[in-house]
Design a protein around this ligand. Structure first.
Ligand SMILES: Nc1nc2c(c(=O)[nH]1)N[C@H]1C(S)=C(S)[C@@H](COP(=O)(O)OP(=O)(O)OC[C@H]3O[C@@H](n4cnc5c(=O)[nH]c(N)nc54)[C@H](O)[C@@H]3O)O[C@H]1N2
Ligand SMILES: Nc1nc2c(c(=O)[nH]1)N[C@H]1C(S)=C(S)[C@@H](COP(=O)(O)OP(=O)(O)OC[C@H]3O[C@@H](n4cnc5c(=O)[nH]c(N)nc54)[C@H](O)[C@@H]3O)O[C@H]1N2
Ligand code: SF4
Ligand SMILES: [Mo]
Length: 909
């Protein structure tokens, strides 16, 4: 326990120095009518507002109808380039979410013990004051690194608000539950291998697919992704349009999703074995010479020679000019010796693609040879055994992908959720590159132009990464072992949690979270709860209370998407998500962080003081007064402002033809008069990923200072790891015989919307998909309540018989129960799949991924459902939207955001 136990266990109010708390104590649920802030309204005024949905990460265009200040209807905007007028059930439920009777309406402070669910309404000023005092005090006593923050992931454009605050305050420790488990492995691999965006359809990439009329793609591989569930109105719709047009699809997924049902080939893979299957695809493509030889020779680094001992590429010359790459060696078959090959390509040479060579006593292999040897063992039969698939079906899938071209491979989140994560992304990228599926019409790997409004489209908030001092960066928990995390400036979740529990290398004490329900998003929820019990102080910012709120000290009300202003870049357009209305005292998050930073500055925190100094902040910008100031700043780069964008949404910033820039690598570089090449150190596609080795040894190119080496060397080529818990472990399988995996359902976004009546009516409780023979073997009927148990915990669920799941595998999606929020379970123990998942080692070497999918469980009958859960539609009616009046805008920084000197004056005065 921390030395501040008293603080977390005693009456919270008594432990703070805040005065004048005269507001009523109550629970989180219903507030009196007199508590509402009433807005003046014009009678019978109907307005239509164009905005963008954010009930998941797809940003679909929406037209909201507002009557007398109240949102009464949502419909899709047909002008939107990606959703083309479609919306899904989650988006359409936006009104219920907005006017939910249980919204977090005001800042609240805990009174009484943690978990007792007694709260007092306080003002924003008081809430921020309490938080800032605690932050400054903790920093002074224990160091800034003992404060950690976390955020909601899933493409949350606010993600950098949190990173920014941490960098400014001086703590290297923030995380997002996706991160190493979502998207980062793919971002890392595709960035390092070809220097462009990855092909995640659910993350609104693979933009080639949305020009459905014109795209030349012929075969689409959906690998561990289910767009009809994860982005139904945007990517899912595009895939459906492409299928209708005759595009062939291959789906690799243990369950029969709607996309699998319509595929030419469905490979129901054993969860967690994807890299073995990918290696067999690579092997087959090499052995059958199905690759694009011309592209590989000229535009990948596979002909370059590797020193077998050091695994590093051989350089004839190291370049000192950042515009010119190093010069690498190839084996010239004409001269039968190693020679330097000038960038981009020397037509007079005949570089060998395959082979092992000795020259002057040293052994060299080409990158191609290294890759070939790496996958040698993965024949169709061998992979078939590992992945529990028919070799003939694997072959059929590969032939479609490799011969019916141009083709493209969309890699989803499934492979990000087990310790083999970065290797899967490297192998997937390799597959497309071998076929030359890059920057050509029909390919998914593209570097289409962008508006130039943001440095990073759709993640606009300036990160201020340079502001974190090197000595603080070196304290990032897990940052030495898992250096890939530095591409996102993030900490390693398990390392942070373990540090709280063990005090090693130091003990984090304060947690500020802005997201749904960390108890249902992070692996091993029981461990998360233990961490919570150890902490001195917890802040939760969210739209409504969740299990995590129950243990917080301060709750801050954030905005729903219908209350938010934001810029969204969609293909060749810019769209405004705009504040359609505003209820209660909810506040834009960027402003919440600004307000915390400002109060810390006033309390004397010098790092935060600098965050208001325009000169010091430079391109990272000082904190803004209104979020629209930020958007005006960015739009200013193309001569627009936010008001104009709102009126002109969607705004076409470039013609579609100009935007869809193919063959960027062949464009002439103005400085060198050579082809631009790819955005990698060698300007070639780096299938032999030497930079992985350097990353593991030094942190380069992502960490801003040199770091000590990781304890293992990162590998330049993908390799297969058997899942940490596997049915092949006979001892384990005796007790836990079934493989558990997960995947999205189309009714909720992560832990959101579980309190929306319409959606809970459709999907009241999470189903456990079971192959009927498996279920019968364990005495389970269709529709029966069952326990699911792993080595870490047990939960209850209802069995659902289906042939659409691989035998031996069970499937269940994340869940928590807002209806039991006020009971002692706080809703996170009943049906939460993350009670079962695994947060401990083995981790992915490069980014530290733990195991969310592909681990062992047992299933057995349960006598009854968990106490207090709701299943009947009538129950959910308590959550129907209530009349709520929009409140006045909440001004955060008023107009008194001042430069550093002013704040210093105030502090000394
Ligand atoms: N067992 C298991 N666990 C998992 C997963 C799994 O598949 N299985 N998936 C993992 C993955 S991939 C992820 S990403 C994490 C997600 O886990 P979390 O990120 O903790 O999930 P939530 O906070 O519930 O949902 C995402 C948040 O983003 C917010 N959001 C979205 N758009 C915006 C916006 O424009 N502005 C603001 N301010 N907020 C926005 C939503 O309100 C919501 O709070 O869970 C991970 N956990
Ligand atoms: N409705 C809804 N939409 C969402 C989200 C949400 O929570 N709800 N979250 C958003 C976020 S943050 C993300 S990351 C995306 C994710 O979107 P997708 O990438 O589409 O991912 P999932 O649907 O989680 O998983 C894809 C498929 O992987 C399968 N699968 C499970 N285990 C394995 C395995 O070991 N190998 C293979 N090959 N497949 C496996 C599952 O059955 C599932 O159908 O969705 C986004 N969209
Ligand atoms: S897919 Fe659905 S929830 Fe996601 S942005 Fe589009 S309408 Fe909203
Ligand atoms: Mo995610």
């Amino acid at each position: 326990m921390s030395d501040n136990t008293t603080f977390s266990n005693m009456d919270f109010l008594a432990a703070t120095t805040v005065i004048g708390l005269d507001e009523a104590v109550g629970d989180l649920k219903y507030l009196k009518k007199s508590d509402r802030v009433v807005r003046e309204e014009k009678k019978d005024e109907v307005v239509k507002v164009k905005t963008c949905c954010r009930a998941c990460i797809a940003n679909c265009g929406v037209i909201a109808t507002v009557k007398n200040g109240r949102v009464v209807k949502l419909e899709g905007n047909p002008e939107d380039r990606m959703s083309k007028g479609r919306m899904c059930a989650k988006g359409l439920s936006g009104i219920q979410a907005l006017y939910h009777p249980n919204r977090n309406k005001y800042p609240m402070m805990r009174v009484g013990k943690r978990g007792a669910n007694k709260w007092r309404r306080i003002s924003w000023e008081k809430a921020i004051d309490i938080i800032a005092h605690k932050l400054v005090e903790t920093k002074q006593k224990y160091g800034a690194e003992t404060v950690f923050c976390s955020t909601g992931g899933g493409g949350n454009p606010e993600i950098w608000s949190i990173a920014r605050f941490c960098n400014i305050f001086g703590t290297p420790n923030w995380f997002e539950p996706g991160c190493a488990q979502c998207y980062l492995p793919r971002v890392l691999a595709y960035t390092m291998m070809y220097g462009g965006v990855d092909c995640s359809i659910a993350d609104s990439n693979a933009l080639e697919l949305y020009d459905t009329e014109n795209t030349e793609i012929k075969t689409l591989v959906l690998w561990g992704t289910a767009p009809s569930y994860s982005c139904p109105a945007s990517g899912g719709g595009a895939v459906a349009d492409l299928r209708a047009k005759g595009v062939q699809t291959v789906v690799i997924d243990p369950r029969m999703t709607p996309d699998a049902a319509k595929a030419q080939v469905w490979l129901p893979i054993r969860p967690g074995t994807d890299v073995a299957l990918m290696l067999s695809w690579i092997r087959y493509i090499l052995a059958e010479q199905l690759y694009d030889k011309e592209f590989i020779l000229k535009w990948t680094n596979l002909p370059y020679l590797v020193d077998v001992k050091t695994k590093m590429l051989i350089r004839a010359e190291v370049s000192n000019d950042e515009n010119e790459p190093d010069t690498f060696m190839v084996w010239d078959e004409k001269q039968n010796k190693p020679v330097a090959m000038e960038y981009p390509y020397d037509e007079s040479l005949s570089p060998a693609l395959e082979g092992t060579f000795t020259y002057e006593g040293k052994t060299y292999k080409t990158g191609f040879e290294m890759l070939k040897e790496q996958c040698e063992e993965y024949t169709l039969e061998h992979a078939g055994k590992i992945c529990a698939l028919e070799p003939k079906m694997i072959e059929k899938a590969i032939r479609l992908f490799a011969e019916n071209t141009p083709s493209g491979l969309c890699l989803g989140v499934a492979t990000d959720q087990s310790p083999n994560s970065t290797q899967a992304a490297m192998a997937a990228c390799t597959l497309d590159l071998l076929l030359g599926n890059v920057e050509r019409p029909g390919a998914l790997m593209q570097r289409f132009r962008t508006s130039g409004v943001f440095d990073m489209p759709n993640y606009p908030v300036p990160i201020a990464a340079d502001k974190l001092p090197d000595e603080q960066l070196k304290k990032r928990l897990g940052g030495i072992e898992h250096k890939g995390l530095h591409i996102w400036y993030a900490g390693h979740i398990t390392s942070v949690l373990d540090a709280v529990l063990t005090g090693k290398p130091y003990k984090p004490r304060v947690w500020i979270d802005r997201s749904g329900n960390k108890l249902a998003a992070l692996a091993d929820a029981q461990k998360v709860k233990k961490v919570i019990d150890e902490l001195d102080f917890i802040v939760h910012m969210y739209m409504y209370p969740t299990s995590f709120s129950a243990y917080a000290d301060i709750l801050l009300p954030t905005q729903e998407w219908l209350e938010t202003d934001m810029i969204v870049e969609t293909c060749n357009t810019l769209c405004a998500r705009q504040q359609v209305t505003h209820v209660w005292e909810t506040m834009d998050e960027t402003l919440i962080w600004a307000k915390i930073a400002k109060r810390c500055a006033q309390l004397g925190d010098e790092d935060c003081q600098k965050a208001f100094d325009a000169e010091y902040m430079g391109k990272d910008l000082p904190y803004w007064e209104k979020v629209t100031d930020l958007w005006d700043h960015f739009l200013g780069r193309i001569g627009l402002n936010f008001e104009q964008l709102k009126k002109n949404t969607p705004y076409t910033y470039m013609s579609k033809e100009e935007w869809k820039s193919y063959y960027v690598y062949l464009e002439e570089d103005e400085k060198t008069h050579k082809p631009k090449g790819f955005a990698t150190p060698s300007k070639k596609c780096e299938i032999y990923l030497e930079s992985m080795i350097t990353l593991g040894r030094t942190g380069k190119p992502f960490a801003k200072c040199e770091l000590p080496p990781a304890s293992v060397e990162y590998q330049p080529l993908p390799y297969y790891m058997e899942p940490a818990e596997s049915p092949n472990d006979k001892e384990l399988a005796k007790e836990f015989p079934l493989v558990m995996t997960g995947g999205r359902v189309p009714y909720f976004h992560h832990n959101t919307l579980r309190n929306v009546p319409w959606l809970r009516e459709i999907y009241p409780i999470p189903e456990l998909w079971m192959y009927p023979n498996d279920a019968k073997k364990y005495g389970l009927e269709d529709g029966q309540w069952a326990w699911v148990e792993s080595k870490r915990g047990k939960i209850r669920t209802v069995v659902s018989y289906t042939q659409g799941i691989k035998p031996g595998v069970v499937y269940m999606e994340r869940f928590w129960n807002p209806e039991t929020l006020e009971t002692k379970t706080h809703g996170w123990t009943e049906m939460n799949v993350n009670m079962l998942t695994k947060a401990d080692a083995p981790f992915n070497d490069v980014v530290g991924t733990y195991t969310l999918r592909g681990f062992q469980v047992k299933v057995y009958p349960a006598e009854q459902p968990p106490e207090g859960i709701w299943m009947n539609p009538q129950d959910f009616s308590q959550w129907l939207a209530r009349p709520t009046d929009p409140s006045k805008n909440v001004q955060v920084l008023e107009n008194d955001a001042k430069p550093q000197e002013k704040i210093k004056e105030e502090v000394t005065a």
